[in-house]
Design a protein around this ligand. Sequence first.
Ligand SMILES: Cc1cc2nc3c(=O)[nH]c(=O)nc-3n(C[C@H](O)[C@H](O)[C@H](O)COP(=O)(O)O)c2cc1C
Length: 377
Amino acid sequence: MFPKTLLTRLLNIQYPLIQAPMSPLTTPELVANVSNAGGLGTIAAARMTGEQLKNEINRIRSLTDKPFGVNLFIPPNQSEISSQAIDSVRKQLKELLLDKRLNNCNIDIDLLRVELPRDLFPEQIEVVLNEKVSVLSFTFGCLSEDIIKNCKQLGIRLVGTATTTKEAIFLKERGCDAICLQGSEAGGHRGSFLTNDIEAIEQSTIGLQSLLSQTTQFIDPTSYPLIAAGGIMDGLGLANALISGASAVQMGTRFLTCHESTKLVPEPHRKLLLEAKNDINKLRPTVLTRAYTGKPARGIQTVITDFFCASENKAKVILPWQVQSQLVLPLCKFAAETKQVDFMQLWAGQNYARCANQSAATIVNQVIEQARDVLKC
Ligand SMILES: Cc1cc2nc3c(=O)[nH]c(=O)nc-3n(C[C@H](O)[C@H](O)[C@H](O)COP(=O)(O)O)c2cc1C
């Protein structure tokens, strides 16, 4: 038996290990197998319609009778998209394609449609409530008072994401049952919401150890569950987080190369993550970038991240969240299909060189065994 923590008791799970939702790269098999192994699997539902989410929940319920979570993005306040800014980004992308070759690419940047995305959140929440899922985690903000009340009435546990201590206090005061503290090492999007997307890169990039230590000065970790995320790849990371006050860890990047993820993670992305561990020359840096989606996110440096990185004399125009991606992702998708890795979207946390080709259950078991060794429990 692994020692119980506040979070394992709260969620009724065996181990203090959560598989991070990774939209759109999380398969139902991954979620179910992590839950079956004693952790908490999480559906990355951000881009799903209500119907897709319902089907996903049913599929996972056919694979496990253990608790699992659903993760959603809090929707932004939609604002008009400036046509001048869209034209600037189209022009920039054409410059990029002239300068750096994306071979055999016939995509006409001028023909790519840009529109305000459909708000899927109301239908997603309806399914979460109807299906009475065990855990609802969310990022980029907080749920409304009404939704929080409805979830509480149904016994749905709420986990918010914070990238600063201020955000953690904000989420706790609004009634979250636990907070996931996301250190700046983390792969994928930063969950920041008390700063805007531009400030977030500069003001909210606190490493996990500092974020956890600072937060435990204001939130007592012996009576309120904190979850540590960012750069945790093994049992040492889990043990360290538990010693530092966390009640569990949330791991994303480590699960990107597991067997259950091969269907959704493009092969060149998987290869880059796996080959870094044996060859220092293949260990590429990761960067926090708004290049792909308009929101800060961590991934491996590419031609696209370099291009949109504001240089001293020529800052680039970047469109807002959910709009920038409509022009950039078609290029990334083509690059993935044709294995031109420098133009791909390669989400990864800073500690990705510890990725391995294993099953999800092996990862959970190894992490727990190693933590047990370190903690002598
Ligand atoms: C590919 C990828 C996609 C992600 N998508 C989501 C998401 O949909 N929702 C969310 O709350 N967090 C998302 N995250 C962030 C994770 O919840 C978590 O903070 C992060 O994976 C932890 O750092 P690590 O990747 O170093 O383990 C994503 C992370 C990755 C790597």
